[in-house]
Design a protein around this ligand. Structure first.
Ligand code: FE2
Length: 239
C-alpha cells in the first residue's frame, strides 16, 4: 500500500487490519479540516487448489447466468450488460451449493466475523443485526478495467473482494475529500473487506487470460436492503 502524499495516515494494526485515517490535523486548523477514518481487512487464502477450482467453477456458470437473467445495470463498473456483473441483482453465489462454493461461503463468513470482532464487536449483541449478503463475481477480459464506483453510501455497510484469477493488475481505493488513491496490487487468493461507501476501481487488466474476482455486499438486516435486491440476499450466520 503506497500513499501518494501525507493527506492521510496508515496504521497497520496487525496482519489483517489496516487503519487509514486523517484525524490529527494541526491545532490551528482542526475546526476546518475534514476528519475521517476507515479500516481495511486483508487476508490471503493459500489453498491454491481451492482457488483454481473456484475459478473453474465460476467459468462454468458464467454463461448460464448471462443467458438466464436480464441485465439490470453494471453498477457503474463500465463492464457492460453482457456480463455476470450486470446480473448481480438476480443471482447470489451464496445460493450455490457446490462444495467449492460452500467452502467460499465459509471463508467469507469467517473473515467478516473476524473483521467485525476487531472493529465493532458490540454488533454481535445487537438484536437488530441480522446480516444478509449479496455475492456475485466479475469477469474482465484483457484490456478491460473496472471503473471507479461505490457500492452505495448508506446500505450495504461493508463490502469485499476476493481475487480468483489475475495478472498484473491492481485495485485502487479513493480516500474521502482529498481523493488520494490507495493502490493495492491484486494477488490470487487475496481478499479484502472495506466500508461500502469507499470509491474504488481497478487498473486496466494487462494479462492474457480473463481476470476473475468475487465481490459481495453485507447488509445490516433485510430491511436495510433496496427493493431491487431484497429478494436476492441471503442470511449469513456469522457466529
Ligand atoms: Fe466494487
Amino acid at each position: 500500500m503506497k500513499p501518494y502524499n501525507q493527506n492521510f495516515q496508515v496504521n497497520r494494526v496487525n496482519q489483517n487490519l489496516i487503519e487509514v485515517f486523517r484525524h490529527e490535523p494541526p491545532e490551528y486548523l482542526k475546526e476546518y479540516i475534514p476528519l475521517w477514518n476507515f479500516n481495511f481487512w486483508m487476508y490471503m487464502e493459500t489453498d491454491r487448489h481451492f482457488v483454481n477450482t473456484l475459478g473453474n467453477f465460476l467459468e462454468s456458470i458464467e454463461q448460464t447466468i448471462i443467458d438466464q437473467y436480464e441485465p439490470v445495470h453494471d453498477s457503474s463498473t463500465g463492464l457492460g450488460n453482457n456480463t455476470v456483473t450486470s446480473r448481480s441483482h438476480h443471482y447470489n453465489l451464496f445460493r450455490e451449493t457446490a462444495p467449492v462454493a460452500l467452502h467460499l461461503h465459509k471463508i467469507i463468513k469467517s473473515q467478516i466475523t473476524r473483521y467485525l470482532e476487531q472493529t465493532n464487536p458490540k454488533i454481535f449483541q445487537d438484536p437488530n443485526f441480522d446480516p444478509h449478503i449479496n455475492c456475485w463475481f466479475n469477469v474482465m477480459a484483457p484490456g478491460e478495467e473496472i471503473k471507479s464506483h461505490t457500492h452505495n453510501v448508506t446500505n450495504p455497510f461493508i463490502s469485499g473482494h476476493f481475487t480468483v484469477r489475475c495478472e498484473n493488475s491492481y485495485t485502487y481505493y479513493i480516500v474521502p475529500y482529498t481523493r488520494d488513491r490507495i493502490e493495492m496490487t491484486n494477488n490470487i487468493g487475496e481478499g479484502i473487506i472495506f466500508p461500502s461507501y469507499m470509491e474504488h476501481g481497478t487498473s486496466i487488466h494487462q494479462g492474457n487470460a480473463n481476470r476473475i474476482s468475487i465481490a459481495w455486499d453485507l447488509y445490516y438486516n433485510k430491511d436495510d436492503t433496496f427493493d431491487t435486491i431484497k429478494n436476492n440476499v441471503e442470511p449469513v450466520d456469522l457466529k
